[in-house]
Ligand binder design. Structure first.
Ligand SMILES: [Zn+2]
Length: 323
């Protein structure tokens, strides 16, 4: 049936009809806030390329988590900046490592906060790469051993979700086996399954102090031009036992989010990364865009593309209804 019997504007004229028929909802429970924790007390260091984001000490982190929980944000993703780095990133898996301490503190103060721990070594190594270096490149299988140790340390500290981000082959299987062997069979794995070698990570490297000292990450992160390969990565991680799969970054890869969702019918997370955040903030500060509306539109777009969960630095800026 065509015009004039069909008038699609009829669905938009009354705001109640328009709102009632909205297809995609953006609620606080869909958002996960990434946070950066560092040693010290009362520390709150602004990250200059990410206005509104800070490196915080554990006491401040707890306050941050409480504030987020009050706004209805029920999950956080933790990144650690260690007190000292070495060439194997040992503070990542030390029981007293910064993230392990942070997990314990948050779970104690805000027990109903879902805590995900990023699992990688680039913040913890002197060379800034995501694993153990052999012959000038990250050695995949040697890195798997410290991935297992780190997953157990994070689970022991109370992490609900282990989120391996290093794009090592076999990392999900390694973590699942290590967790199961240590009786953490209900600890979830959110795999950074399709992680692209993206220029949009720029501000994060300042935030996490994780820029590589030599070379690049192209031997483990994906070529931005590839989509089929992303589906293979996701299939692989699901076969190895990933509970949620992530696409990162989000905005330039909305097609990947949709294809993953359509093909696998599994929970999909999308990481709205630092560079995406920084662009919106920069334009917003200059008055070039309406920051709030743009942010809502972007996050709704990522949801519409198929993401169940969005990891975003905008989480605390959005005034969303409590759940
Ligand atoms: Zn890394």
């Amino acid at each position: 049936m065509a015009f004039p019997a069909t008038r699609l504007r009829r669905l938009r004229i009354n705001p109640l009809v328009r709102a009632g028929l909205q297809e995609t909802d953006l609620s606080a429970r869909r958002l996960m806030a990434p946070l950066f924790v560092r040693p010290g007390r009362g520390v709150r260091l602004p990250i200059s390329s990410m206005p509104g984001q800070y490196q915080v000490s554990i006491d401040e982190l707890v306050r941050e988590a409480q504030g987020l929980r009050r706004r209805g944000i029920v999950s956080i993703l933790l990144f650690g900046i260690p007190s000292k780095k070495d060439n194997v990133g040992s503070e990542a898996y030390a029981a007293s490592g910064i993230v392990q301490q942070a997990i314990r503190a948050v779970k104690k103060a805000v027990p109903d906060m879902l805590v995900a721990a990023d699992l990688c070594f680039c913040e913890y190594t002197t060379h800034g790469h995501c694993g153990i270096i052999r012959k000038g490149d990250v050695d995949n299988d040697a890195t798997l051993k410290i991935i297992a140790r780190t997953a157990i340390a994070q689970a022991r500290a109370g992490a609900d979700i282990i989120a391996p981000s290093g794009m090592m082959d076999g990392m999900v299987k390694t973590i699942r086996q290590a967790l199961d062997k240590n009786r953490f069979k209900n600890t979830l794995i959110m795999s950074y399954a399709a992680k692209y070698a993206s220029a949009f990570y720029g501000p994060f490297r300042e935030a996490a102090e994780s820029a590589p000292k030599f070379g690049h990450r192209h031997s483990y992160q994906m070529n931005p031009a590839n989509a089929e390969e992303a589906l293979r990565e996701v299939a692989e991680d699901l076969a190895e036992g990933a509970d949620l799969v992530m696409v990162k970054p989000a905005l330039p890869y909305l097609d990947i989010i949709r294809r993953v969702k359509d093909k696998f019918h599994v929970p999909v997370a999308a990481y709205n990364v630092s560079g995406e955040y920084a662009m919106v903030k920069a334009a917003g500060q200059r008055g070039w865009i309406d920051e709030k509306r743009v942010t809502t539109e972007i996050l709704t777009g990522i949801r519409r593309a198929g993401a169940d969960l969005i990891i975003t630095y905008h989480a605390k800026d959005l005034l969303l209804p409590r759940i």
